[in-house]
Write a protein that binds this ligand. Structure first.
Ligand SMILES: NC(=O)c1ccc[n+]([C@@H]2O[C@H](COP(=O)([O-])OP(=O)(O)OC[C@H]3O[C@@H](n4cnc5c(N)ncnc54)[C@H](O)[C@@H]3O)[C@@H](O)[C@H]2O)c1
Length: 388
């Protein structure tokens, strides 16, 4: 009989829905022993929590996360609430020996993230941070290509993460979804929200980032606060660009903004090495582009008129995660990245090989984010301390 994995979900917003979908579909696609049970949904508004619980099939609701974290009938605490809540919920959940799945960014700052990593380790509870882009099959294929040594000595890493939804000064700060513009709730702007993803992917593919120099900009400096109704200063970074030096000696550029008119969730990266390059664009997530120089050279004769980038449609059953879905040539979507992440987490529990990124690993991304913000303030290169 399947072992139960009883879920306590904190937050019913964007990620609350994405994760609930993953819990419901896990056993339809992945042959794992555990079966998620949607036990409790928690949000501060009883009415909204009820509507969410009914829609997704949660057994009951709570309006105080402390009750969920203390519930004996809950095995996993899933933190899908804004960034300023992650620390308290995770620390209490670890104390209560719950498994913890936490949304990114792990914390508001390195100090919190260090404590959170220590807490889950001391409690000995399985934990993971939802850096779901690692679970896009094409990005996981890029990782496989790097690990197979097909890129060779890396020289350049280039990441962009662009959106355009905060250009109007009429967009308020604070409240549902717009908490992202309130520095006291979000911790930072695009750095923690968008670049955290780019940094996690970059360090997964290309190793640690040793030092950074950054510039941030806040284009709209005052906005009405949705909670207080007052015009208040904006404390987040609307845009951030930074240069990075990886521990392996390669150079990186990272750019993120919410002011790139026309760009909705434009997330790309390219890695260039001596033997090859990979390029990914989230607007065509089923494709990974790959240029393989090494293999061209090893042929008897280099047919240079036929060289070029390969656009790999990452939908064969040999591609990461794809054997669990449909036939080659058919695609999966954004929601499956959460399903794939959950499957990895559950497999980790069952095999004893914990899924990554766990809190300790996500702490490294937090270190880079904090170093980026510090550099933007000081105008100096800042050592990240990653890997210490
Ligand atoms: N992995 C990703 O790609 C990704 C995408 C979006 C958001 N996120 C992260 O997920 C988290 C949530 O973001 P979202 O987009 O779902 O936000 P959201 O605004 O859509 O939802 C947040 C939810 O948290 C609830 N909430 C707020 N404070 C609470 C509290 N004290 N107790 C209980 N519930 C509370 C709100 O009622 C709401 O249901 C953030 O940390 C965000 O950075 C990750």
């Amino acid at each position: 009989m399947a072992k139960q994995l009883r879920i306590g979900m904190i937050g019913y917003g964007f990620m609350g829905r994405a994760h609930s979908n993953a819990y419901k579909r896990l056993n339809d696609f992945f042959p794992v022993e555990h079966r998620p049970v949607l036990k409790v949904a928690c949000a501060r508004s009883e009415e909204k929590a009820k509507a969410f619980a009914e829609n997704w099939g949660y057994e009951r609701i709570e309006t105080d996360w402390r009750k969920v974290v203390a519930s004996p009938d809950v095995d996993v605490i899933d933190i899908c609430s804004p960034n300023d809540t992650h620390y308290d919920i995770a620390l209490t959940a670890a104390r209560n020996k719950k498994m913890i799945l936490c949304e990114k960014p792990l914390a508001m700052n390195v100090r919190q993230a260090e404590e959170m990593a220590r807490a889950v380790e001391e409690a000995g509870v399985p934990n993971m941070v939802w850096f779901n882009y690692r679970r896009v099959p094409s990005i996981a294929l890029a990782k496989q290509i790097v690990d197979e040594g097909r890129i060779g000595q890396p020289f350049h890493y280039r990441a962009t993460y662009l959106q355009d939804w905060t250009i109007s000064p009429d967009v308020p700060q604070g409240g549902a979804a717009l908490w992202r513009l309130d520095v006291d709730v979000a911790g930072s702007g695009v750095t923690g929200d968008l670049l955290a993803h780019s940094i996690d992917t970059a360090m997964w593919l290309n190793g640690g980032i040793a030092r950074v120099v950054a510039q941030t900009r806040t284009f709209v400096t005052e906005r009405v606060h949705a909670v207080t109704g007052q015009v208040q200063p904006v404390g987040i970074d609307d845009a951030c660009m930074f240069l990075a030096e990886f521990a392996n000696g390669s150079m990186g550029t990272f750019e993120s903004t919410r002011y790139a008119r026309g760009r909705k969730n434009f997330n790309t990266f390219e890695l260039n090495g001596a033997d090859g390059s990979v390029y990914f664009d989230l607007e065509e997530p089923e494709y990974l582009q790959f240029f393989e120089y090494k293999q061209l050279q090893s042929g008897k004769k280099l047919e240079s008129h036929l060289t070029g980038w390969r656009k790999i449609h990452s939908t064969n059953s040999e591609h990461p995660y794809m054997k669990h879905y449909w036939v080659p040539g058919t695609c999966i979507g954004y929601e499956h990245t959460f399903l794939n992440a959950l499957a990895d987490f559950v497999e980790g529990i069952e095999t004893g090989k914990p899924a990554q990124p766990d809190f300790r690993n996500a702490l490294e991304t937090q270190r880079v984010c904090d170093a980026v913000l510090e550099s933007a303030r000081s105008g100096q290169w800042v050592e990240t301390g990653v890997g210490l």
